[in-house]
Design a protein around this ligand. Structure first.
Ligand code: DHB
Ligand code: FE
Length: 281
């Protein structure tokens, strides 16, 4: 049977893609940020997942404002990356797992998550920057990817509670897949940032810390926040943290923290990293 071996959260800031392309990992501005990923890279190299489910948001590449699904699941055997305007070099196309995706879609829809299924889906920095971060030391990404897009752009957005519940349903969907498949789930985006308007550039380190703590130890405190409360504290794009709740819902009620790191600012963002596994009940 398929099994969830862990969950990872990470920002997906486009500037990280450019820093990697320009080999700036050891520059003073970047070093502490990139160092924060080394334990996660080492863990992935050790556990060797077969499939990574990437919870991310599309930033206007595949879904423009005229058509934005709340939840959209990639159901393809191959995905293509493109850059919607940040100047990041595009990555090679990468492998999906359509058979597994269709199983997930069927299970999730049977659990009343009526998501959009995409047999073609271009993915942007939200999906590929985290993957490049994890695996740029390898000639190609070592596992299949399944992108799961969450609308964090066009209001009304799903709540943290809805994302958490989707994660719980995703766990059931994964665990009912009969193939022996090791699955890791990535929640990408966040933490606090706002890219436009009067409050552009705000970062709330204290709130970011609180979110990381709640996500690990008390997810119900995170789901108690309304989206308005999250955006008041974390900025309009800080709402991306709801995608971390999909990852959290897919893990056990108690989790082990194998790694935790936070660095601010990177570009306009408070950048957080978590590596979690199921803990004891
Ligand atoms: C930045 C962060 C994001 O999540 C994003 O999608 C685009 C830009 C930033 O910090 O610059
Ligand atoms: Fe983003």
């Amino acid at each position: 049977m398929a099994k969830i071996i862990g969950g990872i959260t990470t920002s997906h800031i486009p500037a990280i893609g450019n820093a990697m392309a320009d080999k700036k990992e050891n520059d003073p501005y970047w070093k502490r940020f990139f160092d924060g990923y080394e334990p996660v890279k080492a863990w992935l190299d050790e556990v060797k997942p077969d499939v990574a489910i990437i919870v991310y948001n599309d930033h206007g590449l595949n879904f423009f404002l005229n058509t934005v699904p709340t939840f959209a699941l990639g159901c393809a055997d191959e995905y293509h990356n493109d850059d919607e305007g940040w100047g990041i070099p595009t990555t090679a196309s990468f492998k999906g797992d359509a058979q597994f995706s269709w199983h997930l879609a069927e299970s999730l829809i049977n659990q009343n998550f009526d998501l959009t299924t995409c047999q073609e889906m271009k993915v942007d920095h939200g999906c590929v920057v985290p993957m490049s971060l994890m695996w740029r030391h390898l000639p190609e990404w070592p596992c299949k990817l399944i992108p799961l897009a969450v609308n964090t752009v066009q209001h009304p957005l799903p709540s943290a509670q809805r994302c958490y519940d989707l994660g719980k349903a995703l766990r059931k969907a994964i665990e009912s897949y009969p193939e022996d498949t090791k699955v890791v789930i990535f929640g990408t985006g966040g933490l606090s940032h706002q890219l436009q308007g009067e409050r552009a550039g705000i970062i709330d380190v204290e709130f970011d810390m609180e979110c990381m703590d709640y996500i690990v130890n008390d997810p119900d405190k995170m789901t108690a926040f309304s989206n308005t409360e999250i955006m008041e504290k974390a900025g309009t794009e800080g709402i991306e943290v709801i995608m971390w709740m999909v990852m959290r819902g897919a893990l056990a009620p108690n989790v082990n923290v194998l790694h935790k790191h936070y660095h601010a600012p990177i570009s306009n963002t408070g950048a957080g990293v978590l590596l979690l596994t199921d803990g004891k009940d």
